[in-house]
Design a binder for this molecule. Structure first.
Ligand code: ADP
Ligand code: MG
Ligand code: MG
Length: 889
């Protein structure tokens, strides 16, 4: 028989798939002997069954009753009994953390009778009515569908009437009145009564949590985080403990280390006399954990001890939710905590140093995306002047944008290409679209664990929160500083998420310490600890990785930079850029030549220029392989624009002049060469076979550059790569030319020139006939950009803007296949080509030179597919080194 419900004592941390992260970790803490209020978890299987049919699966209700009975027995109280009732929370919790995206309902079991029992048993009328009003409010909005703002409006009205700055100032009678108001509101809005039956409350709350898996916020969040839609959420039912029982109670969140920097030490926010959700909601300002040590040293000490236990046990930074009920500390949640890129490197480095984790585990815990974030520039503090306000450095980085005061405006302006900073008092999950659209998030309230901070860190968005010096008026769309400066919507703000500062106007940026290290090898300076951690991670990656990392570079400068970043050669040196600028005229002459002699003259003129280009790059990469690709793009890209020529001719005619003869000739050529689908037209190897002398000129330039470098005492290692081959014959024809030219240059110079000749694999036909092609190719390099275009039939320049957002929304693919390699389709072509290529030519050297070579996920695929190297843009080289290392451990 299928089983759907598990007691905390039955589960463990590695059952997140079944019990959700929250349920699994509550079970783990229970097993560790930490004080966790008793409870049980309905599995994700139950959720999936419910969502598939719309009703609870058979047997679920009976299982829940049996497990509830056990909790009732353990606590000696029944759910919602009239005197001293047991109350429970009903909590969502999916396999992957989705903070605040789904529903949780507290204080289930309260009704018009049990609220009095709770008052009597606790000795606090106020507490009992406060809990009841929270239940009616939460249940009314999440389960019964009443607009949450209506409850908030009533609460605000009451506070105004009483002149109470916050909810703590409301007394028992106020709150009892509020409960009646809320119940009336529910009646009015739904025509239904707030249910008085605890069992009904529980059943409906569970359903609501299941349903919240498909809520709009949750779906948006999953899409962004690439979390599959079919996992479902688990539901945890747990005995309530109360942080709102007075001054000796409270609720908090804590990290075992600073999640922004990774520095060790307890770190978090505490709110006295509050229930859990108040802490992150930012309704009142929290105090620090150091303050908790003053308020309740016993609990603070135990908290420290438990957190140390957790960090040792999980061997990683953990975050927790806790509640203190009249001096007794309860643990309500833990998980391996989210962190900034900086903290990820620092923590992995330190734990490995301590021996708590192995160096390979440390490597697995950092990532290329994080590294690339650390390579971003930061604000130039010396040029910044005085900040407008200071807040908490919640998520690092620097961002400049126009201030906007609500999510919709952020989305609107971002859609127009404007960079915006979302400014709010505090954010709620409803602000998510605006946060996605903004460059940075700025709030005037809330701690480092507030919604804004947690979500921004998860997204890698810049965030400053709790900037209390700012008065944010969302209604009037402006903010006011302490000294009375007023900024209206649209004013430019610079937000420094690393320092927690906000500036008016744009602040200039400076390079990062990590970038400086990568460029110069310097490890000291302000961020030397971080730089050291990054350096050690890269060293580890270099030691363990199997794949080499090369760079795509077309100039000596780029080649030198790439080499500094650790590139082990050039995987793609494009030659088309070398045909632009003032050389365009020569190319034009070559294309327009009326006869062989004319064309040869043009090629002759291009030869020394190309030779110089290649010599420069070979010098910058001396001793390392440089893969030079023969000319690839359609020739008409080098000719003037057709429409412009036509317009010029028409204008001349209108003036009664004869069109310029050269223009007419050009237009003729342009017309002749016009292609409807140039990317599928005369380009790549096809050009080389159609334009006489072109391949020979390029190869001669390469060979002569090699000779020049050898004579200069260098160790040039040029490789010649043929683009867009679809059939082995194309490659063979080019090879004949290459072999002849190399022999000629060797003969003439007396320096033997040997260049391996290989091909790009960027057409499905090439991948599928790779065995044949390998007979003529000494290496393969996957051109995954074109391979993706041709495998999908996507024109990259057209589809991305036209409909990719729709495809992403509809889940056709989780990420653009031009960013992350489509393993299923394009990846299959890669695998086939690797297998058949190596079968035909054992030891065939194979790499990739498309954009995917610098994409973390794709790098892992290429490692598994057996590639020898990846090649990517110079700035992605450190990312690729790191990820190639991570793929190997
Ligand atoms: P989320 O996933 O959004 O954090 P949680 O299920 O963790 O939702 O619950 C929201 C808040 O309610 C948290 O602060 C949590 O600590 C608190 N809470 C949940 N269950 C209980 C309980 N049994 N007793 C006291 N507080 C609880
Ligand atoms: Mg939580
Ligand atoms: Mg290509």
């Amino acid at each position: 028989m299928v089983r759907y419900v598990y007691d905390f004592s039955e589960g463990s941390r590695d059952q997140a798939g079944l019990l959700g992260g929250k349920g699994a970790n509550l079970a783990e803490m229970t097993r560790l002997g930490l004080p966790v209020p008793p409870g049980f978890t309905l599995s994700t299987e139950a959720c999936r069954a419910y969502l598939a049919t719309g009703t609870e699966p058979e047997g679920l209700a009976a299982e829940v009753s049996a497990h509830l009975a056990r909790v009732e027995e353990e606590t000696g109280r029944r759910l919602g009994q009239a005197d001293d009732p047991l109350l429970v929370s009903v909590r969502s919790g999916a396999r992957f953390s989705m903070p605040g995206m789904m529903e949780t309902i507290l204080d289930i079991g309260l009704h018009d009778d049990s609220v009095r029992g709770l008052a009597q048993a606790s000795g606090s009328e106020r507490f009992a009515w406060d809990s009841y009003r929270r239940l009616v409010q939460m249940f009314g909005s999440t389960v019964m569908g009443v607009d949450g703002a209506l409850f908030e409006a009533e609460l605000t009205r009451l506070k105004d009437e009483r002149g109470a700055p916050d909810d703590v100032r409301l007394d028992a009678a106020d709150l009892a009145g509020l409960v009646r108001t809320y119940q009336e509101l529910i009646r009015r809005e739904t025509g239904e009564e707030f249910p008085q039956e605890p069992a009904e409350q529980l059943r409906r709350a569970v359903r609501a949590v299941f349903d919240s898996w498909n809520g709009e916020r949750a779906r948006l969040y999953r899409r962004r985080e690439h979390i599959p839609d079919d996992l479902g959420t688990a539901v945890t039912v747990q005995r309530m403990v109360f942080g709102n029982l007075g001054a000796d109670s409270g609720s908090g969140v804590a990290f075992t280390r600073d999640p922004a920097t990774g520095r060790p030490g307890l770190y978090g926010d505490y709110l006295p006399n509050a229930q859990g959700e108040d802490v992150v909601a930012g309704i009142r300002n929290t105090v620090s954990l150091a303050d908790l040590a003053g308020l309740d040293p016993g609990s603070h000490g135990r908290l420290r001890e438990y957190m140390e236990t957790l960090e040792r046990h999980y061997r990683d930074l953990c975050d927790i939710e806790f509640t203190i009920e009249r001096g007794k500390l309860w643990m309500l949640q833990t998980r391996v905590g989210k962190r900034t890129a900086e903290a990820a490197f620092a923590i992995a480095d330190e734990l490995a140093e301590e021996g708590l984790i192995t160096p390979d585990e440390g490597l697995a815990r950092v990532g290329g995306e994080g590294l690339s974030r650390l390579m971003f520039p930061r604000f130039d503090a010396s040029a910044a002047g005085d900040p407008l306000a200071r807040g908490l450095p919640a998520s690092p980085g620097a961002a400049v944008g126009a201030a906007v005061f609500d999510s919709a405006e952020a989305v609107r302006r971002a859609a127009d290409g404007e960079r915006v900073v979302l400014v709010r008092q505090e954010t709620t999950p409803d602000d998510l679209p605006g946060m996605v659209a903004a460059q940075a998030v700025l709030t005037s309230r809330g701690g480092k664990t507030s919604h804004a901070a947690v979500v921004a860190r998860g997204m890698g968005k810049v965030c400053v929160c709790g900037a209390e010096g700012l008065l944010v008026d969302t209604g009037a769309r402006r903010l006011t500083t302490r000294d009375g400066t007023v900024l209206e919507e649209g004013a430019v703000l610079s937000v420094d998420g690393s320092a927690g500062a906000v500036y008016a106007g744009p602040v200039p940026l400076v390079d990062s310490a990590v970038m400086r290290y990568l460029e110069t090898g310097h490890r000291d300076g302000a961020a030397s600890e971080l730089v050291g951690a990054v350096a050690r991670a890269l060293e580890r990656a270099d030691r363990v990785r199997r794949m080499e990392v090369r760079a795509n570079a077309d100039t000596p400068e780029d080649a030198a930079r790439a080499r500094g970043f650790g590139a082990q050669g050039i995987g793609l040196c494009r030659t088309e850029h070398m045909f632009l600028g003032e050389r365009r005229q020569l190319v034009e002459d070559m294309i327009l030549a009326r006869d062989d002699a004319g064309r040869e003259r043009a090629l002759e003129a291009l030869l020394p220029l190309q030779r110089r280009d290649f010599a420069g790059i070979l010098e910058a990469m001396d001793g390392l392989p440089v893969t030079i690709r023969l000319l690839d793009p359609p020739l008409h890209e080098f000719l003037p624009d057709r429409t412009a020529l036509i317009a010029r001719g028409a204008a001349a005619e209108a003036r009664g002049e004869r069109p310029d003869a050269h223009d007419a000739e050009l237009l003729d050529a342009v017309n002749r060469m016009h292609e409807e689908n140039p990317m599928l037209g005369l380009r790549g190897v096809r050009l080389g076979l159609v334009v006489p002398g072109l391949v020979a000129m390029q190869v001669r330039a390469v060979a002569q550059a090699v000779v020049e470098r050898v004579r200069a005492g260098g160790a040039p290692r040029a490789e010649i790569m043929v683009p867009l081959v679809g059939d082995v014959t194309e490659l063979r024809l080019v090879r004949d030319v290459v072999d002849r030219v190399l022999a000629e240059v060797s003969e003439a110079s007396g320096v033997p020139v040997e260049c391996p000749v290989g091909t790009m694999i960027e057409l499905p036909r090439a991948a599928l006939t790779a065995g044949r092609i390998a007979e003529e190719a000494e290496f393969f390099s996957f051109g995954t950009n074109d391979l993706t275009q041709t495998a999908w039939g996507f024109s990259r320049d057209d589809v991305e803007a036209a409909f990719f957002s729709v495809y992403l929304d509809k889940g056709v693919f989780p990420a653009s296949p031009f960013e992350t390699l489509d393993r299923e389709g394009v990846g299959r072509l890669v695998s086939i080509a690797v297998e058949e290529g190596r079968a035909a030519r054992p030891g065939l050297k194979i790499g990739v030179c498309g954009e995917h070579g610098g994409d973390p996920d794709s790098v892992h695929f290429f490692h598994r597919a057996g590639l020898d190297y990846v090649s990517c843009s110079p700035f992605r080289v450190p990312v690729a080194r790191l990820e190639a290392g991570r793929a190997a451990v």
